[in-house]
Design a protein. Sequence first.
Length: 210
Amino acid sequence: MNRKDLQLYFIMGTGNVVHQKPIQVLEKALQHGITMFQLREKGPCALTGQEYENFARHCQKLCQQYNVPFIINDDVELAVKLKADGIHIGQEDFPVSKIRKKIGKMILGVSVHSHAELETALQYGADYVGIGPIFATTSKSDAKTPSGTKFLQGLRIENPELPIVAIGGINCSNGQSVIDAGADGIAVISAICDSEDISQTIATFKSFFN
Ligand code: 3NM
């Protein structure tokens, strides 16, 4: 994978968007320059069955139009069926050891919270790792205690070539500190989903890389 694709990694499911149509938020985000997209359909009102698949296909089509990698959270079967560009898994979702066989050459992202988890992820072929939550977040009900940038900073020093995306409570005010700590990029849900001006929010995020 291209490490630069991690720079502005937008994550969304239909439950993350309140006042607009989710697909319109995605399109706006693509127009203004997100570099990667993950469909993360979770929560009590999550789409299921054919409706979920149709929504996923719609998101995928838009991402293809903008030449942005389309990643699916957790759902290996759907990722394989749709020939998504990649899959992102947490530690609890699926044994990392079994996943590469199922997905072939697809991008594999794994959330890691410790050195031991990092070793396992790398052993089984993770293409990038997600580190979080860096700051407090309300977008993930079972998020761990925020780590701040310390763990991230340490990982970067020990693994200069490792593609790392940071996640959790990242916004226009604190994002620069995350990049300065060594992340290749930032992954956000609410900073874009709740933004009143997606164009301005994305422009601010992009300025962290100048
Ligand atoms: N994963 P927001 S935190 C999906 O710590 C997710 O692995 C996390 O949402 C982790 O940008 C998180 O709104 C939620 O804080 C990120």
